[in-house]
Design a protein around this ligand. Structure first.
Ligand code: GLN
Length: 486
């Protein structure tokens, strides 16, 4: 879609301002029910569009992302624009600097429509831990969008943002992408700078694109996967992914590990099996692999992520950022009250859990052991990639659950990540893209996992699959802007 919009802009069939207005109107029409945006920046978006239109008027070259409206998850810092992490504690926080990824898109004159809803501090799988009302699923608003990047995936799936950026610590780009029928890429750890991404678990967090197609995801990814000196873990990606989108995939070896299918719904499994058959038809070879330590991934993830979160979230103390309790006696009471009032239940649960596993006496039993198992999981992936090029799994064991259901059954939240967390633990890349629709009309996602820095291969495999299956999952809600309408 991005390249088609780009062509329409260049051919002056539509202006960036017209396109932006259509998106803003569509947000007004559908987002009351969907709640995918927590901040809409109408004036900012229209002014940014003017800059692009001026360039087009003067017959200047424009890059693919220029003039095209998109959204950012609300944990990506935007200078002067509210960045709340959907937490009360940062309700009115205005960052004083831009995240690296936003800087990159800004340089490209991409049009930021607003900031998207998310689980509070990216902790959750439904978007329902958001301090604001959670985002709903564009395919059925009685269901959740997934999480934690549920606002971005709902907006992209509903057609009210051309694409977006989310963050993924244990599945937060991929799981909601699978629930909302869009494409989500979790990059190799280090490929994208985390500068300005509000930290949840620093050894796991990555920013990545969420789009309606693999091609769009590649275009966006190539702009953000660059080395940044402000993040010491940043490496960037050596080669662009876009030129590889149509590479031949016949002969590619796809690994299937039964461990990934243990808790999966029959309906999801059936569609994932169909995806495997499609790849076989395209000439891929299926090989059986085994990742025996996978069963420990969820435990390892929740120990490591909570430990890092408990440390990262120490900075919200009523002194440096965000809100401060109104009445208090001592400084100790001020910090205590600010944190008690400012954080939601899930965030508190993780801070407590994290503090516990790091405390002396329990450190060796939990945190240290989790890190040892982390090493084992990494080695198992490394070994697996000796016999296959990519690993195919379901993205999530189920389709989107009913809104409110996860509160009744909290385990459901954690189980939703079972196929995605191993990827973050190993620091490798993975992509989720739609592979079918369930009987109740909800999208089903398939995940491809690759070795470090194999993003080009993953996007290539997803792109070829999309072309073969040729199905559109996002809602075309704007009128008169899609290339086939003009
Ligand atoms: N759902 C997972 C969690 O709650 C993953 C979140 C994420 O990737 N940010 O921790």
């Amino acid at each position: 879609m991005i390249l088609e919009f780009n062509r329409l802009l260049k051919e002056k069939k539509i202006s960036s301002k017209e396109l932006t207005k259509k998106y803003l109107n569509a947000i007004k029409n559908v987002d009351d029910e969907l709640n995918s945006y927590v901040t809409v920046e109408e004036e900012f978006a229209l002014n940014s569009a003017d800059v692009v239109d001026e360039k087009i008027k003067n017959n200047e070259e424009i890059s693919p992302l220029e003039g095209i409206p998109f959204t950012l998850k609300d944990n990506i810092s935007t200078k002067g624009i509210k960045t709340t992490c959907c937490s009360k504690i940062l309700e009115n926080y205005l960052p004083i600097y831009d995240a690296f990824v936003w800087e990159r898109l800004k340089e490209n004159n991409a049009i930021l429509l607003g900031k998207a809803n998310m689980d509070e501090f990216a902790m959750g799988s439904t978007c329902e831990t958001s301090y604001f009302k959670g985002a709903k699923n564009p395919h059925n608003t009685k269901c959740v969008a997934g999480g934690s990047s549920g606002g971005v995936t709902a907006a992209v799936g509903a057609g009210i943002a051309a694409y977006g950026l989310g963050s993924d610590t244990g599945g937060s780009i991929r799981q909601p992408s699978s629930f909302c029928g869009v494409v989500g890429l979790k990059p190799t750890y280090g490929a994208v700078s985390r500068f300005g991404l509000i930290a949840f678990a620093s050894s796991l967090d990555q920013v990545g694109p969420i789009a309606t197609s693999a091609q769009d995801a590649a275009l966006v990814y190539d702009e953000i996967a660059l080395k940044d000196n402000k993040d010491t873990t940043s490496t960037g990606l050596k080669e662009k992914t876009f030129p590889h989108l149509n590479d031949e995939i016949s002969g590619v070896k796809i690994g299937i590990a039964k461990e990934f299918f243990s808790y999966v719904d029959e309906e999801v499994k059936a569609k994932v099996d169909e995806a495997i058959k499609t790849y076989e038809k395209l000439g891929a070879k299926i090989v059986e692999i085994s990742l025996p330590s996978l069963d420990f991934s969820l435990v390892v993830y929740y120990i490591i992520a909570s430990a890092e979160a408990s440390s990262n979230l120490g900075r919200y103390d009523g002194i440096r950022y965000g809100i401060r309790a109104n009445s208090y006696g001592s400084i100790h009471e001020m910090i205590c009250k600010t944190r008690s009032e400012g954080f939601g239940r899930e965030v508190k649960r993780r801070i407590l859990l994290g503090t516990y596993v790091l405390s002396s006496g329990f450190y060796d039993a939990y945190y240290k052991k989790a890190n040892l198992v982390r090493g084992k999981i990494m080695r198992e992936f490394k070994d697996a990639f000796k016999s296959c090029d990519v690993i195919l799994t379901p993205t999530s064991p189920t389709t989107a659950f009913e809104a409110g259901y996860s509160k009744k059954d909290p385990v459901l939240n954690y189980m939703a990540d079972i196929c995605t967390v191993p990827v973050n633990i190993a620091g490798i890349p993975a992509i989720s893209f739609p592979c079918g629709i369930s009987g109740s009309n909800l999208p089903i996602g398939v995940q491809l996992i690759g070795p470090h820095f194999s993003e080009a291969k993953l996007l290539n495999m997803a792109n070829i699959f999309e072309k073969e299956t040729n199905r559109c999952y996002f809602k075309k809600v704007l009128k008169g802007v899609y290339p086939d309408e003009i």
